[in-house]
Design a protein around this ligand. Structure first.
Ligand code: SF4
Length: 357
């Protein structure tokens, strides 16, 4: 697993963002490496000296948030990685049965620091925004996105949201040209309102989500639908495919996502998990229904050898590099580079249940 938090100390007392720009960095916000060994590196920048308990090569190019009071830094944007996400809040107004990041009641507003980080990102980077529910802080979020894209039109955002906090009056704002660079990743778990509400732990969530889709559609927003595959969602997946193809055919993609064994799902694994090696038929049917009716449908977080051959073209190597893991038997597999593999926290006993291709 790639470490995202590192021990660090600094001259500064307040948290700050900087880009670890190697030895030649001289842009505003850059820190320059002035010494490095196999165990630590010393950096100099606008906030003074920064000592990191990690060698220079491993972090060079990263944009980091330094938190001196806690003696650590967070690698917010790792240079060269396709998997960079910023957690903007841990608050959420849902309580999904499979939530991988259980919510907290408090909110630590870091939007200004996160905006500074985005401004230092590698050229052309897509930055993920996650929570909690980011749009609980809708004004702060939209201000940050607009500020960043005004200064850095080369960047783009992918925002995970339950889409229930957009209002009619947001439509005009979301039509602004910057939002062409923003994709909204929106979970939808069932065509049946009560089932969706039960999964997300919120009465009325489905109805509010449908209103949210209407606002996003009126704004011409780019939408990726997301459905986590659990026993309940797989039971209704063909009906959901029909609804998506009928009512939401404008979405850019419908992503069917393998379950993560973390957060609330860890204690409910046996109740929620579907082994797609035995239970793929309804998922394959749903992929066919969507595809035949013009909706791009993809499978995320599912190892290629767990997917029947005719559907492997739809499986994306989607698990982020820092939390991706393979079984020992995978070392002989010719499809490994195209395979999602497993999450780092996948049940170890299941890691070797693979069939090298
Ligand atoms: S054997 Fe491993 S690398 Fe190959 S498809 Fe299966 S999980 Fe992926």
């Amino acid at each position: 697993m790639i470490p995202l938090a590192l021990a660090a100390s600094s001259d500064s007392e307040a948290p700050f963002v900087t880009r670890l720009a190697g030895s030649e960095g001289n842009g505003a916000g850059d820190s320059r490496c002035i010494a490095s060994s196999s165990e630590e590196s010393l950096w100099s920048g606008p906030h003074g000296l920064l000592r990191i308990e990690h060698p220079r090569e491993a972090v060079s190019g990263d944009v980091v948030l330094v938190r001196p009071a806690e003696g650590r830094l967070d690698r917010l944007l790792r240079s060269g990685s396709r998997h960079n996400s910023l957690l903007v809040t841990e608050q959420c107004d849902q309580l999904c049965v499979m939530c991988s990041q259980p919510p907290k009641k408090t909110h630590d507003d870091r939007f200004d620091l996160l905006r500074d980080a985005c401004l230092l990102a590698d050229a052309g980077m897509t930055i993920g925004i996650t929570g909690g529910e980011p749009t609980l802080h809708r004004e702060r979020l939209l201000d940050m996105i607009e500020d960043v894209l005004a200064a850095r039109p080369d960047l783009s955002f992918h925002v995970l949201t339950n889409a229930q906090h957009f209002r009619r009056e947001d439509v005009f704002r979301l039509r602004r040209p910057e939002y062409v660079k923003v994709v909204w990743g929106v979970p939808l778990y069932s065509a049946d309102p009560l089932t969706h509400d039960r999964i997300v732990g919120k009465i009325g969530a489905y109805e509010r989500l449908i209103d949210g889709f209407a606002h996003l559609m009126l704004a011409g927003a780019r939408i990726e639908l997301r459905t986590v595959l659990t026993r309940t969602t797989v039971d209704g997946i063909v009906d959901l495919a029909d609804m998506v193809a009928r009512d939401l055919a404008h979405v850019e993609q419908w992503s069917l996502m393998g379950l993560e064994n973390i957060g609330f799902a860890r204690n409910r694994w046996s109740e929620l998990h579907v082994d797609l090696r035995d239970g793929f038929e309804p998922v394959g049917h749903a992929l066919d229904v969507a595809t035949l009716r013009g909706v791009r449908a993809r499978l995320f977080n599912v190892p290629l050898c767990h997917v029947p051959e005719p559907f492997r073209h739809a499986a994306v190597a989607s698990i982020s590099d820092w939390k991706q893991r393979f079984g020992e038997a995978c070392s002989t597999c010719r499809a490994r580079s195209a395979c999602s593999g497993f999450f780092e926290w996948h049940p170890p006993a299941l890691l070797e249940e693979v069939t090298p291709l």
